[in-house]
Design a protein around this ligand. Structure first.
Ligand code: ADP
Length: 240
């Protein structure tokens, strides 16, 4: 008999409801557990609620109804999540805090209240991890798109989040940068659970769970890309 070890549940959303405008629910009764070692791909049509969902994971938004648990404890203040769940925005320019690369990467750990020595270590380590040490003194705005993206990931990595969430991370990448990026994600996933929203089928080769969101609800979960593709092509995305 195979012995299966239960993986630790890091973050659990329980029956989450959210509306930007009163009564118009964008998330409807979402329940989702993110486990240690998870690499989750979130797929679904534009406007289905993917970005809104991931903003709940790091506390940028809080649900109107439902509960969130972090390591088994209910989250009462959404800011509690920010130090444990890092969000990499779609557009790296949306998360630049300082113009000089190393200062920018230092912003997150500094904001966590870490000592300067520790901040320095974290920044150095994150830059080495993403192979961008040579960019340390450069102006963020002089970088290529791919380099900016790496800086924004380094900034999140330097906070050593338990979960790293990435919104449409491969958008705008050429095939070479994409390959390199996906290798980075595989590396990062050794330290943090990963959640990625994506329309990019190549990304789905790198995840262990695929969650399909439609109209603010989790419609289905697939174990891998093969199962996802079979279902989508055989039955069509819109079949209820
Ligand atoms: P996705 O990421 O799947 O494209 P979103 O979560 O961005 O979907 O959007 C889900 C729905 O919420 C859409 O109908 C969108 O127009 C709406 N929405 C998103 N952000 C806001 C906002 N700040 N104010 C009002 N409606 C919003």
């Amino acid at each position: 008999m195979a012995i299966t070890m239960a993986r630790t549940n890091i973050l659990k959303l329980e029956n989450i409801w959210f509306a930007y405008e009163k009564g118009k629910y964008v998330l409807k009764d979402i329940s989702l557990s993110i486990l240690k070692g998870d690499k989750i791909g979130i797929v679904g049509p534009n406007g289905s609620g993917k970005t809104t969902l991931i903003k709940h994971l790091n506390g940028l938004l809080s649900p109107e109804k439902g509960r969130i648990f972090y390591n088994g404890y209910e989250v009462k203040k959404r800011r509690e999540l920010t130090r444990h769940v890092g969000l990499v925005f779609q557009n790296p320019e949306d998360q630049v805090f300082f113009p000089i690369v190393e200062e920018d990467i230092a912003f997150g750990p500094r904001n966590q209240g870490l000592k300067e020595e520790e901040v320095f270590t974290r920044v150095k380590e994150a830059m080495e991890y993403l192979k961008i040490t040579h960019l340390a003194k450069r102006s963020f705005f002089s970088l290529s798109f791919g380099e900016k993206k790496k800086v924004s990931i380094a900034g999140v990595l330097a906070m050593r989040p338990e979960i790293m969430v990435l919104d449409e991370p491969t958008l705008g990448f050429d095939p070479w940068s994409k390959k390199e990026f996906l290798e980075i994600i595989d590396e990062v996933s050794k330290r943090s659970a990963i959640v990625i929203t994506t329309h990019d089928l190549e990304v789905l080769d790198h995840v262990n769970r695929i969650i399909m969101i439609m109209d603010g609800q989790i419609k289905e979960e697939f174990v891998d890309k093969k199962e996802f593709m079979t279902k989508v092509f055989e039955h069509g995305l819109n079949e209820k």
